[in-house]
Design a protein around this ligand. Structure first.
Ligand SMILES: Cc1cc2nc3c(=O)[nH]c(=O)nc-3n(C[C@H](O)[C@H](O)[C@H](O)COP(=O)(O)OP(=O)(O)OC[C@H]3O[C@@H](n4cnc5c(N)ncnc54)[C@H](O)[C@@H]3O)c2cc1C
Length: 479
């Protein structure tokens, strides 16, 4: 097992961090409560970061999911908010994997260049919530295409997107054998629909600045060639994309977590109360150190999930686990950071309260942590009660890549849907050029120390410094 980090990832981190340094806390604060970070998103687009997953032949960078996750992690670790634009990176995956060549050639180069934004994802509806297969929005077949009627809620970035990937029911629920069938995905031209007066978008003010909206679809005319893949298979396509989404969101949470830990640690070493830095008190150290440990653990799961994804292997359980662990870790770090700052944690100028609000989202969206947790418990109990305990032979990469789709049926309740469908996605050859995790290096050890709270490395508190050294498994080797 090789845990070393390839140089390319360090280069990506450095470049993203450099770009993000031009968008400090003041920039984000000035946007509150609800202005879109247009300049920041434009800069990320122009530097090609949001086209990381688009293959080179379509104008993108053709990077691996691991590399893409590092980009978003670094955005959040820099104090910025990738939530403003992360979907531009991954929604296009549905077109890439399931779209026609004409759709790929038509959309992907323009998405890569930023000429078109595809960063609105219309799945959730007000009446059915997490129970996606019961959505009420319909796309009715007419001459030349479809007419869409219904309502979406929480469609983020809709007012800053040209296109929306829409999930709608094309066959009534009563006429399908399984409720996962009869749903279809469309690439909808939002500008045209708004101009025609058939689409109304209303912003929803939320806890944090997230540009989310509700959308009313009152007879939106969609041409036949806007259908992605086969009619009726849309639910599967959406789930295919969710593994990548979960891994990327996990990485953002890890970035947030690192920001909180770093911020808490440096404040703990600077703030002197009762004649010593507050970080000299174990009561202050422990929650920060625990959050740091949780982030590191979640990070391992994120890399494992990304690796499986790149191998074309089932990764639904790992992707969801990574998102769950990372969102809980970042939330723990957020609380530790706020507590460390005491009253100042509530003051805008420290950015702690802003990041605190931003990271809170990810235990609830894009999927509530309850749902994959329930699914995993169910899957685990099914595994443990299965008669065969002989390990299944590993498939070769080639065999895995040849998996053409979902092996599973959505047999019963919604809980089973999340795991079987999202674990057996098709091959992902298009996310080419995986960055290999190469040579081993003692840097792996050093980086553990360097990522510990800054106070641990630099403060005058010998107690904190001591705990950092001892927490490194290779303490004897590190300088
Ligand atoms: C800021 C924001 C941005 C979003 N952006 C998008 C977007 O761009 N596109 C999009 O399609 N959606 C988006 N969402 C929607 C998001 O994915 C949903 O909010 C989320 O999936 C939960 O759905 P819900 O809010 O309807 O909760 P509900 O489904 O009503 O659930 C409410 C609570 O009950 C729990 N619950 C429900 N059923 C069970 C069960 N069987 N067992 C245990 N617990 C259960 C849930 O876990 C949750 O905690 C966004 C949401 C927010 C808040």
């Amino acid at each position: 097992m090789d845990f070393s980090v390839p140089e390319e990832l360090d280069e990506i981190r450095a470049a993203v961090r450099e770009l993000c340094s031009q968008y400090p806390g003041e920039y984000w604060r000035a946007l509150e409560p609800d202005r879109y970070p247009e300049e920041f998103v434009r800069a990320l687009t122009e530097h090609g970061w949001l086209a990381a997953l688009i293959p080179e032949e379509y104008g993108g960078a053709g990077l691996s999911l691991t590399a893409a996750s590092v980009i978003l992690e670094e955005v959040n670790a820099s104090g910025c908010n990738a939530g403003a634009c992360h979907a531009q990176m991954y929604i296009m995956g549905t077109i890439l994997r399931h779209g026609s060549e004409e759709q790929k050639r038509g959309y992907l180069p323009k998405i890569a260049s930023g000429e078109l934004r595809l960063q609105a994802f219309g799945v959730t509806e007000p009446t059915v919530g997490s129970d996606t297969t019961r959505i009420q929005t319909t796309a009715e077949r007419v001459d030349g295409g479809y007419v869409v009627r219904g309502q979406k809620i929480w469609t983020s970035r809709a007012l800053h997107s040209d296109l929306m990937l829409l999930l709608a029911r094309t066959t009534p629920l009563e006429q399908v054998e399984r409720r996962t069938e009869g749903l279809s995905t469309f690439v909808v031209d939002m500008r045209a629909a708004q101009d025609a007066g058939t689409m109304t978008i209303r912003p929803i003010r939320t806890l944090m600045n997230h540009a989310t909206t509700e959308i009313f679809l009152d007879g939106v005319e969609v041409p036949a060639d806007a259908l992605v893949g086969e009619e009726g298979k849309g639910f599967r396509y959406i789930l295919d994309g969710m593994n990548a989404e979960r891994i990327l969101i996990a990485a953002e949470c890890i970035g947030d977590g690192r920001w909180f830990v770093g911020k808490a640690a440096s404040y703990a070493s600077e703030r002197v109360v009762f004649g010593k830095p507050i970080g000299a008190n174990q009561g202050v150290q422990f929650p920060i150190a625990r959050a740091h440990a949780a982030i590191e653990a979640a990070d391992l799961m994120r890399y494992k999930a990304a690796w499986l994804f790149e191998e074309g292997a089932p990764c639904g359980a790992e992707a969801n686990t990574a998102k769950l662990l990372a969102s809980e870790a970042s939330w723990a770090a957020a609380n530790a950071c706020l507590d460390t700052h005491g009253g100042f944690g509530f003051a805008e100028e420290y950015d702690v309260e802003r990041k605190f609000r931003e990271t809170r989202l990810y235990t609830v969206a894009p999927i509530s942590n309850n749902l994959p947790a329930v699914a995993r418990l169910k899957a685990a109990s099914e595994r443990s009660s299965a008669s065969c305990s002989i390990p299944r032979p590993m498939k070769t990469t080639r065999e895995r890549r040849s998996l053409s789709g979902h092996s599973g049926r959505c047999s019963g309740g919604w809980t089973t849907c999340w795991t079987p469908f999202s674990t057996s996605g098709p091959a992902v050859p298009t996310f080419s050029r995986p960055l290999t995790r190469s040579t081993s290096s003692p840097r792996a050890c050093n980086s553990i120390v360097s990522q510990m709270p800054k106070a641990v490395q630099s403060s005058g508190s010998s107690k904190i410094r001591h705990s950092a050294r001892t927490s490194c498994p290779c303490a004897g080797e590190s300088s």
